[in-house]
Ligand binder design. Structure first.
Ligand SMILES: NC(=O)c1ccc[n+]([C@@H]2O[C@H](COP(=O)([O-])OP(=O)(O)OC[C@H]3O[C@@H](n4cnc5c(N)ncnc54)[C@H](OP(=O)(O)O)[C@@H]3O)[C@@H](O)[C@H]2O)c1
Length: 307
């Protein structure tokens, strides 16, 4: 039985790629910042630390595997974690994968990743892609738009805010678009791309396109019809996000994320390749989505095995 390595199998997208691979009869190992986190796959998935500073150990954890599915990155700079370091760590990971004999890397990037972007998240993603292409290993770069699913943070927390407050801001005009992709569809696209004989880059896009205003109206209509959506200048939205963040001890909204959203970077010019409609998924999951807040800082920076 062939073995693959998935980084972040206890996180969001990595968890679904792992499940997809296990269901296809493959063995999976994971590399994670938190190998001691509760393992949803039990004995089926063994966890190893990222070990960016101990390349020999990182090589050992990759050794003998066929494909590396890489989800590693950071959402924003915080507590010493920087985009520059995340890119350097990714280069180390790709280098170790090559030395370990990995045959192909499937890398989860983002739509419009570009080293020339003035948004650090997208620029770092562009540098990750450049490093992978430069590694000369066979690769598939999969670039999702906005990803939704039960364990997601962004859509879930928008839903939580809509449920929790009488008002929710439409950032600016709200006329920029989103094309959300379901996480299981993304996992299937990523796994299928591992079988491509040629290296290449493809977007992962859901079948529905919404203006952001329509997206919020849909969430509000299903989860909290009395919440009023109010056009708010972007800077005011950032300010509100900071106040809520201070109150709940998390980073809710980043200025650069908002700029990326408003620049339409969570869309694609390619034809949709995911089948699951956000509107139908939301209807089926309306009793769960946004019921609890999911903290980004809690998930990545404050988690302790004793907590
Ligand atoms: N979620 C989306 O809507 C979306 C959209 C487009 C692109 N992407 C990309 O898809 C990939 C996976 O994202 P995801 O949503 O599945 O995130 P995730 O669950 O947070 O997974 C990210 C991976 O990076 C690791 N990581 C290490 N330090 C981190 C830090 N300081 N902050 C966050 N993660 C850290 C995580 O470690 P642990 O294993 O310890 O959790 C995990 O292995 C990322 O490259 C992301 O940029 C996501």
């Amino acid at each position: 039985m062939e073995t693959d390595v998935v980084t972040g199998a206890f996180g969001f997208i990595g968890r679904y790629i792992t499940r997809h691979l296990l269901n296809s009869g493959r063995q999976v190992r994971t590399i994670t910042t938190h190998p001691d986190k509760p393992n949803p796959f039990g004995n089926a998935v063994k966890a190893f630390p990222y070990n960016f500073n101990k390349p020999d150990e990182l090589i050992e954890s990759l050794h003998g595997a066929s494909t590396l599915y890489n989800t590693y990155y950071i959402r924003f700079e915080y507590g010493g974690a920087t985009f520059k370091q995340a890119v350097e760590n990714t280069i180390t990971l790709f280098d170790c994968a090559k030395k370990a004999g990995i045959k192909k890397i499937v890398h989860i990037s983002v739509t419009y990743a570009s080293e020339k972007s003035n948004l650090p998240y997208f620029a770092g993603k562009g540098l990750q892609e450049k490093a992978l292409i430069g590694s000369k290993l066979p690769y598939s770069i999969v670039r999702p738009t906005l990803v939704f699913g039960r364990e997601d943070i962004l859509v879930n927390n928008i839903a939580w805010l809509i449920r929790s407050f009488p008002l929710f801001p439409i950032f600016g005009s709200g006329q920029y678009e989103v094309q959300p992709i379901y996480v299981e569809d993304l996992a299937a696209i990523a796994a299928a791309s591992a079988n491509d004989s040629k290296s290449g880059t493809l977007d992962a896009i859901g079948p529905e396109t919404f203006t952001f205003k329509e997206f919020l109206q849909l969430i509000s209509s299903k989860l909290s019809p009395n919440t009023k959506l109010v056009h708010t200048p972007p800077l005011m939205s950032i300010f509100l996000g900071k106040i809520i963040g201070l109150a709940i001890g998390d980073i809710v909204l980043i200025k650069e994320e908002l700029e990326g959203l408003m620049d339409g970077l969570l869309t694609s010019k390619q034809a949709p390749n995911g089948a699951t409609r956000f509107s139908e998924w939301l209807e089926a999951n309306k009793d769960i989505v946004g019921k609890a807040y999911t903290s980004e800082l809690g998930r990545h920076y404050r988690w302790r095995s004793s907590s």
